[in-house]
Design a protein around this ligand. Structure first.
Ligand SMILES: CC(C)(COP(=O)(O)OP(=O)(O)OC[C@H]1O[C@@H](n2cnc3c(N)ncnc32)[C@H](O)[C@@H]1OP(=O)(O)O)[C@@H](O)C(=O)NCCC(=O)NCCS
Length: 127
């Protein structure tokens, strides 16, 4: 969790309620080089905190992390909040404003507080 927490700070990702069991990681020679998580709310789940260390980017590691999280997602609706929608469009996410109140609250509380004023909500429906 130390590596994850320091990367979350460095990349200004969502630092709320970070729990080890929410994460999947990509490793190389025993070291974490990327990660992502499924963040639970009371009534929905969010795919978030996707990051790959700079030295390992553009090798489809982010792609593998996002696809694995989508595959294992516990609900049909996969919510994300992001300021790089172009990246997530390729997985089928579409922007929306019609989101659960918890996601609407989160984007105000966390994204704007973490200096992501352009963050938007996106949804992927698995069915
Ligand atoms: C976004 C991130 C996870 C992508 O990881 P990655 O392993 O390099 O991604 P992949 O190799 O699967 O995909 C690379 C592609 O994504 C594109 N991409 C990377 N960052 C992007 C961004 N900020 N906006 C749009 N596209 C982006 C690359 O241009 C590349 O495109 P190509 O396939 O046409 O060459 C990584 O850049 C990162 O950790 N960024 C900082 C943390 C962050 O912003 N996370 C998202 C929070 S919602």
């Amino acid at each position: 969790m130390q590596i994850i927490e320091s990367c979350v700070e460095k990349f200004r990702l969502d630092n709320e309620n970070l729990k080890f069991e929410q994460f999947i990681v990509a490793e190389r020679e025993g070291s974490i080089i990327g990660f992502g998580r499924i963040k639970p709310y009371r009534h929905c789940f969010e795919l978030g905190c996707v990051a790959v260390l700079e030295a390992y980017r553009k090798r489809s590691i982010g792609n593998a992390i996002v696809k694995k999280l989508i595959k294992d997602f516990p609900s049909d609706d996969v919510w994300i909040t992001t300021d790089i929608p172009e990246y997530f469009q390729r997985f089928g996410f579409q922007s929306t404003t019609d989101a659960p109140q918890e996601i609407l609250d989160k984007i105000k509380r966390v994204c704007q507080g973490r200096q992501h004023p352009n963050a938007i909500i996106m949804l992927l429906r698995r069915k």
